[in-house]
Design a protein around this ligand. Structure first.
Ligand code: IPM
Ligand code: MN
Length: 359
């Protein structure tokens, strides 16, 4: 198969981790006879430095033309401590999500046996953890009207959801639950927020179309606690934009490191694949970042192409590297492998070169 992939390395460790995914994708292409071509695009602080805009028009065009997008990370400390900055790197990602109508962000979470010691949770809580967060990505408080009074003493962020926005992601979440263990949990704050009551009403209505899916409802404060107390109870977690952002970072402690978690953002146009971690500026350029969140995002990209055997092989390679262990500094601060070495090892495994030597 011939595929065109838009690659947006972005900021901080983004370029380093993305480069490892490209190595792995090249190894997949060679082994399975595919042809992947890459168009490199600017976004975030890197794009502001070069063009003045966090999302140049050429990037949007290249993404619209591509079969999928592989994205690294976004953000730079020089903007974080300047609340008055008019242009911010993150605007690039938010605008791209909106431009491509990537309304659903899918974040799978599982616990690796070999990484259990890194999680602050006890073994018994990590047993059987396997859930996925369906986070709404183009609505809610991220995109509502923002105001700041002239004297700077009052600010507001509006939170708006429409029935249609809730319905389209809820259908995807129900469908996912059906393919998995048949359980869907809506996380909201329906005891306080009108938008949450809309979510609850819509999900209750849709539930009648999915009688094989068991639905329950959790307030977000309770959900934050349950995620730590008993994460194995969850199958599909459906939630709005801000709650999903917060809960998925919380959930990453289960996997042992934020660097392990991948995501897929899907909608009406080209789908985008990115690790859930940020730009980790302290590690940028040091070859110490964990590339597995990005490589697992590339596996989700392969699934999206219908290349399930290829995706499974990439996941097997990741499991193999974690068990070996060929792991980065976040996982083992003493005996760690460099980002680029892990990428080489994974690509070798996928090519079939490492398998015979090490297994
Ligand atoms: C994420 C990130 C983004 C978000 C930021 C960088 C805008 O935290 O993808 O989770 O808040 O959505
Ligand atoms: Mn986040």
């Amino acid at each position: 198969m011939k595929k065109q992939i838009a690659v947006i390395p972005g900021d901080g460790i983004g370029p380093e981790v993305t480069a490892q995914s490209v190595k792995v994708l090249d190894a997949v292409a060679a082994r399975f006879g595919h042809e992947f071509s890459y168009t490199y695009c600017l976004m975030g602080a890197a794009a502001i430095d070069e063009t003045g805009s966090p999302l140049p028009l050429e990037t949007i065009d290249a993404c619209l033309d591509a079969d999928a997008i592989l994205f690294g990370a976004i953000g730079h400390p020089k903007y974080d401590n300047d609340p008055s900055a008019k242009v911010r790197p993150e605007q690039g990602l938010l605008q791209l999500r909106k431009a491509l109508q990537l309304f659903t962000n899918i974040r799978p979470v599982s616990a690796y046996a070999a990484l259990r010691h890194l999680s602050p949770l006890k073994d018994k809580q990590l047993e059987g953890v396997d859930f996925v967060v369906y986070r709404e990505l183009t609505g809610g408080i991220y995109f509502g009207e923002k105001t700041l009074s002239a004297d700077g003493t009052e600010a507001s962020d509006g939170c708006v959801y429409t029935r249609a926005e809730v319905e389209r992601i809820a259908h995807l979440a129900f469908a996912a639950a059906r393919q998995r263990r048949g359980k869907l949990t809506l996380v909201d704050k329906a005891n306080v927020l009108e938008t949450s009551r809309l979510w609850r009403r819509v999900v209750q209505e849709l539930a009648t179309q999915y009688p094989d899916v068991a639905v329950d409802f959790l307030f977000v404060d309770n959900a934050a606690m349950q995620l730590i107390l008993n994460p194995a109870q969850f199958d599909v977690l459906l939630t709005e934009n801000l709650f999903g952002d917060i809960l998925s970072d919380e959930a990453s402690v289960i996997a042992g490191s934020l660097g392990m978690l991948p995501s897929a953002s899907v909608g009406k146009r080209t789908a985008l694949f990115e690790p859930i971690h940020g730009s980790y500026p302290q590690a940028a350029g040091k070859d110490i970042a964990n590339p597995l969140g990005s490589v697992l995002s590339a596996a989700m990209l392969l699934d999206h192409f219908g290349m399930t055997e290829e995706a499974a092989l990439v996941r097997t390679a990741v499991d193999w590297s974690v068990n070996a262990p060929f792991v980065s500094k976040d996982i083992d601060p003493v005996n760690f492998y460099f980002t680029s070495t892990i990428g080489d090892l994974l690509a070798d495994y996928v090519s079939g070169r490492a398998a015979e030597d090490t297994n």
